[in-house]
Ligand binder design. Structure first.
Ligand SMILES: Nc1ncnc2c1ncn2[C@@H]1O[C@H](COP(=O)(O)OP(=O)(O)OP(=O)(O)O)[C@@H](O)[C@H]1O
Ligand code: SF4
Ligand SMILES: [Mg+2]
Length: 345
């Protein structure tokens, strides 16, 4: 049996994606790039989910598709129980409730806009009827820029990197979203400021009940902030679970390889061999098979799954399940453990 192991959670999700695909047309005779290639993912109210995976695996494309910023090629997204509409009006209404937080030096702040204007921009776009000044001040204060009035007339170049990132966060908070999607929110910040920004995101979850998807290629960061981790490889989620479980007892060979190169890892680092992943050329069978250390070392052969690894694709993991893995070998091991346990009884 190679079914994924599942534990279905009972809380209804705030955001739910099913069978999501985003394919970019190929250029210069290249085949199309299947950047997101069948993803189911749920984010529950007040939950922080970390989406991790190496560069180019499709994290940003998935995040943007979840926010309606990239049209999916297939699949559906549900927010607060209702399917996400595709009309400009429906997307506008959605963007008030689900906000993107970009990494600051990627140009998310206009150098010619004051902090006040940067934060007020969303309110103006969405036609905020109330007291703009009070709303901007509250968002800045929530983002930890206090007293907020002191920052109103400053320009981005007059702020530290951490303060700029807080302005970006205030700009997202000002509309009172229920979900934020933060794409590499601290990648460019030094270690101490990183910690402060992560603490801020955690505080916002407690104070405002915010849900968050935090996109990162850094598993250490996921450890510090997330409730749950989704590990992405070449357009698919290959393992999901509670952060503690995935990071202390990873089941997918790819997750194991990612963890083995963290500074705090104790065992030998697993160097991934084979071609770097290319969404225009997704291998058949398990999409990780050409780089898998379990297959290369003969462990998959000993477990009797080597042929499946090379030829049999894995099911899309169920977004509603809290603990799952898409790996023939991991499933075979789990089945063997279950048989052993029932035999011992
Ligand atoms: N607009 C586009 N047109 C064509 N291909 C694209 C486009 N946007 C992304 N891609 C391709 O889709 C794949 C996934 O890209 P994406 O930016 O989602 O990865 P990522 O996981 O966010 O990477 P990183 O960690 O480097 O930010 C890459 O191969 C990329 O080249
Ligand atoms: S299915 Fe096979 S090739 Fe893929 S990760 Fe698991 S052991 Fe490796
Ligand atoms: Mg990215």
């Amino acid at each position: 049996m190679t079914h994924p192991m599942t534990t279905t959670a009972v809380t209804p999700p705030l955001l739910s994606a099913e069978g999501l695909r985003v394919t970019f047309p190929g250029r210069h005779g290249e085949p199309p790039a299947r950047a997101v290639d069948g993803v189911d993912l749920d984010i529950r109210p007040g939950e922080i989910v970390a989406l991790v995976g190496e560069s180019g695996c499709g994290k940003t494309t998935l995040a943007r598709a979840l926010l309606g910023l990239v049209p999916p090629t297939a699949g559906r997204i549900t927010f607060d129980g209702a399917p996400l509409g595709r009309s400009a009006r429906a997307l506008r209404a959605y963007r008030k409730r689900a906000q993107l937080i970009l990494q600051d030096p990627s140009g998310s702040l206009n150098p010619r806009h004051t902090v006040y204007d940067a934060v007020a921009e969303g309110l103006r776009i969405h036609g905020h009827g109330g007291d703009e000044r009070a709303a901007v001040a509250e968002a800045l204060a929530r983002a930890g820029l206090r007293p907020p009035e002191r920052f109103f007339l400053r320009y981005p170049h007059e702020l530290s990197g951490g303060q700029r990132q807080r302005v970006v966060i205030a700009g997202a908070l000002v509309l009172g979203p229920e979900l934020v999607v933060a794409d590499e929110p601290v990648a460019s910040l030094d270690a101490s400021v990183r910690g402060e920004i992560l603490a801020l995101l955690l505080r916002l979850r407690t104070e405002l009940g915010l849900s968050a998807l935090v996109v990162t290629h850094d598993l250490g960061l996921a450890w510090n902030i997330a409730d749950r981790v989704a590990v992405m490889y070449l357009g698919r989620i290959v393992e999901t679970g509670e952060v503690e479980q995935v990071l202390t007892a990873p089941r997918h060979p790819y997750t194991r390889a990612l963890l083995s190169v963290l500074p705090e890892a104790t065992g030998a680092p697993v160097v991934l061999t084979g071609e770097p992943p290319d969404p225009s050329r997704i291998p058949s069978g398990c999409r990780f098979h050409a780089r898998c250390q379990i297959l290369a070392s003969g462990e998959a052969e000993r477990a009797g799954v080597a042929d499946a690894c090379r030829t049999r694709d894995l099911e899309i993991l169920d977004g509603a399940a809290t603990s799952q893995v898409a790996c023939h070998w991991a499933s075979a091991r789990a089945d063997a453990a279950t048989t052993e346990a029932s035999g011992a009884r």
